[in-house]
Design a protein around this ligand. Structure first.
Ligand code: PSU
Ligand code: MN
Length: 309
């Protein structure tokens, strides 16, 4: 296996490879949200719904994950089902990929690992729910998602509803600035708050339509920037989680995570799951609405970007 190009190990599906070769639009989707972010059986329904929505918009979906050690960009229906229903599907960030591949594991990819593999395959637009970032208390725990440094060295456009509101949003925005990740608000100068329409923080730059984002992607390419462009797309206020409920549950969830002494990979899935149970599914619906809206916008950006549309 020595001497092979890394790209050859990233396996784009025939549908994705054909679309990319023809300059037709492709949008990457992550699998951690499927395997670890959403409860069963809703997770598989949502995974399929997002792929269907992209196809209906004239865009090829490329769900990313590692199946039996194979890093896939674009999954068959059987692979997607295996990600959603399999027991022992790991959560893989970039550093986990070599181990998952060499051991033949099944692993769902985070924003970081999805962005990395998608870009290796040539995909330029990616949609998710909320990015990982700096956790509250990170000054003591050093818990900062590998999503941030990976986006700093991965030229892909990520459409998201900001960063997860369980995080220290102010610190995450500072880190995005330090790391040189471009952040633009889609039709807003307020940084969205994932479950909430806004986080209480502002954004310097806005894009008003998909063509504006495509223009920024071209300009970044002209400069040979190696960092990501984050397009922050807020939920409309009528679709957000009730902010008072949000703040109450968040305080409980953080206290419980602390009591259990959680650290590392399980922290984010635990907090999201706590929210879902404590809000009786209301946070789940807000999360799904955000992902749907981000996928719809990512489709429009991919269409504006792709020469062969
Ligand atoms: N957004 C969601 N649900 C999720 C995640 C994001 O709506 O489950 C996942 C993403 O895969 C993200 C990960 O990369 O959470 C961050 O985990 P950590 O904080 O351990 O890096
Ligand atoms: Mn972490």
């Amino acid at each position: 296996m020595n001497g092979r190009d890394g790209d050859e190990r990233v396996i784009a599906s025939a549908e994705v490879a054909d679309a990319l070769a023809a300059g037709r639009p492709v949008v990457a989707l992550e699998s951690t949200i499927i395997a670890h972010g959403l409860p069963r059986p809703r997770n598989l329904e949502v995974a399929r719904e997002l792929e269907d929505a992209l196809r209906a918009a004239g865009v090829v979906p490329a769900t990313v994950g590692v199946v039996g050690g194979r890093p896939l960009v674009g999954m068959s229906p059987a692979d997607l089902e295996r990600m959603a229903t399999g027991d022992g599907v790991a959560k893989a960030s970039v550093r986990d990929l070599p181990v998952a591949m060499a051991t033949g594991a099944d692993a769902a990819t985070t924003v970081a690992a999805t962005a990395y593999l998608a870009r290796r395959a040539g995909v330029r637009v990616f949609a998710t729910g909320g990015l990982g970032g700096v956790h509250r208390g990170a000054a003591g725990t050093f818990d900062e998602s590998a999503d941030l440094p990976t986006l700093a060295r991965t030229p892909i456009t990520v459409v998201c509803a900001g960063v997860k509101s369980i995080l220290d949003v102010a610190a995450t925005l500072e880190r995005l600035e330090t790391l040189g990740v471009t952040v633009v608000g889609y039709g807003t100068d307020r940084f969205p708050g994932f479950y909430l329409s806004e986080s209480g923080h502002s954004i310097d730059w806005q894009a008003g339509d998909p063509a504006a984002v495509a223009g920024m992607m071209s300009a970044a390419d002209d400069l040979d920037l190696r960092s990501a462009i984050v397009v922050a797309n807020p939920l409309p206020p009528a679709e957000q989680l009730d902010p008072a409920l949000h703040d109450r549950i968040l305080a409980e969830a953080l206290a419980e995570a602390d009591r259990r002494g959680l650290h590392g990979k399980p922290v984010t899935p635990f907090l999201l799951d706590y929210f879902q149970r404590a809000s009786q599914g209301a946070s789940l619906e807000a999360n799904i609405r955000a992902v749907r809206s981000n996928v719809a916008l990512a489709a429009r950006i991919a269409l504006a970007w792709s020469p062969g549309r």
